[in-house]
Design a protein around this ligand. Sequence first.
Ligand SMILES: [Zn+2]
Length: 488
Amino acid sequence: MLRLKCPVQNYAWGRKPDTAGGKTGSEVAALAAGAGVEIDPEKPYAELWMGTHPSGPATVIGLDGMTLSQWLSNHPSALGDAHEYFGNGIPFLFKVLSVETALSIQSHPDKALAEKLHAERPDVYKDDNHKPEMAIALTDFEALCGFVEHGELVHALTSVPELRSVVGETAATAVETSPTKATLKTAFSALMTADTSSVATAIQALTKRLQAERRPLTAKENLVLRLNEQYPLDVGVLSAFFLNYVTLKPGQAIYLAANVPHAYVTGELVECMATSDNVIRAGLTPKLRDTPVLCESLTYDQGPPEVLEGTAPSTSRPWTLVYAPPFDEFEVLKVRIPGTELAVGLQEAMVSTPGPQILLVREGRGRAFTRNPPKAEADRKVELQEVALAKGGVVFIPANTPFVLEAMKTGCEVWVASVNERVFKEGRITKRIVAETETSLPWIFWLALGLLLVLLWAMATNNLPTLQRELHKWASLGRPDIVHTRPT
Ligand SMILES: [Zn+2]
């Protein structure tokens, strides 16, 4: 096991560390402070990154700034079977987010689109990888996620005249009369590409009307007013009417496949994703917008997202909950070991997995220990068999390392990101290796092509009988009885 030092990102939408005025301070700042980082009370602390992504790589404590990525290239066996399947580096990026103001309306490309965008504009799209992600709420958490159901959209288009005016009468009527992905795409694209002055006029009229309403506003209307305070007159404010407004309680999670529009609104969360930083933005942001690519690439599926509550793996692991989204790269375990009156703290035995794991201590104290010795004598100083756990501590667990978490009497809460078990259970690693062997056998193709060319040459040059003779000779080698019967 290796202790890691992990970077924080001070994006503008992040929360400040200060807890004054009854506000919750940034969890990211609290974790960083726990890890010994000096905290600037004026800065927003938005994201803690735990992984090998080049934009925020973890370094190994005790190795003079060596990145985990460099260490792994010297110790590929620490990635286990996951190395065969995903290649170098940790296949997932584990994060904590502290969201004060809304993040941009965004989506993440699928693998094919990511490769295309990265090839065309590597300065904007830094990775050729897709970025499915999962967000698990640590506090009450709000997000916009995926398109609303058809009925809700029709209701918005009829009850919010300011929205209808920007979408346009033709596109709005088309949605009402024909509930298809095509009409949804046309209407959403019309909104997102509308000129800024008509968007501004509509939002001004909308906020004026809502503020004058005598009735209590709906949750969506209140959200729209809040978004407008954060990003005045931005088209993203109106786009909220197209998207599901999701509110999660601590411990609930949503996951986002490729090409699904979303925006985190506020809250503290644990997040995990495939290693990538590709974001296609179209609203609620001062950053670069790529509206045509966003509108073109969305799936336009409608309906509320599935909410995961975490499942208990087995009675032998009473304190663990597993959040397993339908993606290969990752799953996340929450291990909350309660406090006890006993003389020693309680334990949870963590099962060994054939892929790498990253562990974060969110609360409390304890220790993690394994009986697996380091591979080489030279690594003994940094590859530890026991690590003390305290808030903000991050630990890398190599593949095939069974370990035990032991809390102090006051208990502790630990989050662990690993490769999704389904990759190993469904025998996909073996299949992938077989598939690679198959694609690395083009010699059959070249042999067939060679024979075809020889045949064509023979036909074109009237050498077919000669070729036939030669082939017979070749075929009858080792069959002397036939050789004797052939005319020469
Ligand atoms: Zn996202």
